[in-house]
Design a protein around this ligand. Structure first.
Ligand SMILES: Cc1cc2nc3c(=O)[nH]c(=O)nc-3n(C[C@H](O)[C@H](O)[C@H](O)COP(=O)(O)OP(=O)(O)OC[C@H]3O[C@@H](n4cnc5c(N)ncnc54)[C@H](O)[C@@H]3O)c2cc1C
Ligand code: FES
Length: 354
């Protein structure tokens, strides 16, 4: 389970008209806790107007830089507007240790691999971390990035990305609301556009991994097209920043059918504390029910897209409404997203300490 620590904001930098990057000072005693794999995220916890707000942000730095995240304003968004408009250098805020399954692993100088990423808007953040780390530690590996934005003014980290270009790293900027010379690079990344883009770079179809981060339409279109090119699911990694509204059925691992009805005795363990309560299978989530018992359980999105609320079923059965974050293997091993979980047997014990 990830832990929150109070970190000092070291630098806030305006990246575009509607986004900033925020770097943190990490005390030497916490350096190990904040080690991360490129692609992972941290969760920021701030009390905004009396409300305990928690939101996840992908790390966009490499391991040799200060831990940095970048936040794009969402219209009327609580946390993104607070960070863009109110947060100041020198402030201390609660930041969780890194976590998440969207990651580019086993980076090693002897590797000679190929990766393709599709990013849109703020979805560049985890991909930028991967590109920088590869550029730093795996110089023979090729990386191809398709990066979509409304216009060239909306591109986050444009000069940084361009400064990384070399024989092994290339980027194709795609604009949805700005004409470019090549028709291929105009328009939304839907199924048709993904097909055209992949066909224009056929030598990358045998890549070792494909990373997708952006709005659900782009992610699910790209995933579908990659599958139609016979690319195995194990190679396709995606990170959603918001809970899908269109494609509920695209959960990455099966969400069990519930053949149990009625009330269960639920025990929840977190940070060595234990609470017990009765919960109906059709009632609120186990996470919400545990919070009502004043247990300090971890959460962020409450929408099945991060894995901050990951817990393990120790006894009994549990079903989930949706899952876009845990791998099939984790589900098989008994892990659940507590914010999506409902009891499905008479007695259930779930453990956040695993
Ligand atoms: C694993 C993970 C990593 C993330 N990494 C980043 C990152 O690197 N950079 C970043 O800027 N954001 C990132 N996010 C999104 C971030 O956590 C927040 O959801 C986002 O900043 C909006 O929070 P808010 O409090 O401002 O908006 P809220 O007050 O939560 O929402 C306000 C309204 O905007 C809608 N909304 C929320 N988020 C979005 C969105 N992203 N796009 C469009 N509409 C939205 C909501 O449905 C709601 O109607 C990530 C999310 C996850 C789950
Ligand atoms: S809190 Fe994000 S998946 Fe449960």
């Amino acid at each position: 389970m990830s832990q929150f620590y109070s970190l000092k904001v070291n630098q806030i930098k305006k990246e575009t008209h509607d986004s900033v990057s925020v770097s943190f000072e990490i005390e030497s005693k916490l350096v190990n806790d904040f080690k991360f794999i490129p692609g992972q995220y941290i969760t920021i916890k701030i009390n905004i107007n009396g409300e305990d707000c928690r939101r996840s942000y992908s790390i966009c730095s490499s391991s040799n830089e200060k831990l940095t995240v970048a936040i794009k304003k969402v219209p009327n968004g609580k946390m993104s507007n607070f960070i863009n408009n109110k947060l100041k250098t020198g402030d201390f805020i609660d930041v969780s240790t890194p976590e998440g399954n969207f990651k580019l692993e086993n980076i090693d100088s002897s590797n000679n691999r190929k990766f393709v990423a599709f990013a849109a808007g703020s979805g560049i953040t985890p991909i930028l971390s991967m590109i920088k780390e590869i550029n730093l530690k795996e110089k023979n590996t090729q990386f191809l990035l398709f990066y979509s934005n409304k216009t060239s003014n909306d591109v986050m980290f444009k000069s940084e990305i361009n400064s990384l270009l070399n024989d092994n790293f290339s980027v194709k900027y795609i604009y949805t609301r700005e004409e470019t010379d090549l028709e291929l690079y105009n328009g939304r990344i839907d199924e048709n556009k993904t097909t055209q883009l992949l066909k224009s770079e056929m030598s990358f179809l045998n890549a070792d991994g494909f990373y997708l981060c952006g709005p659900e339409e782009m992610i699910f279109s790209a995933k579908k097209v990659l599958e139609s090119f016979d690319i195995s699911n194990e190679k396709i990694n995606f990170e959603l920043f918001t809970t899908p509204v269109l494609e509920k059925q695209e959960s990455i691992s099966s969400v069990n059918e519930n053949d149990f009805s009625g009330s269960s005795n639920v025990t929840v363990i977190c940070d060595d504390e234990e609470v017990e309560f009765s919960l109906d299978t059709s009632g609120e989530s186990i996470l919400d029910a545990a919070m009502e018992q004043d247990l300090d359980v971890p959460f962020s999105c409450k929408g099945a897209v991060c894995c901050t609320c990951k817990a393990k079923v120790k006894t009994g059965k549990v079903t989930m409404d949706a899952n876009y974050a845990l791998s099939e293997q984790e589900v098989d091993e008994g892990y659940i997203l507590a914010c999506q979980a409902h009891p499905a047997s008479t007695d259930v014990t779930i453990d956040f300490d695993y």
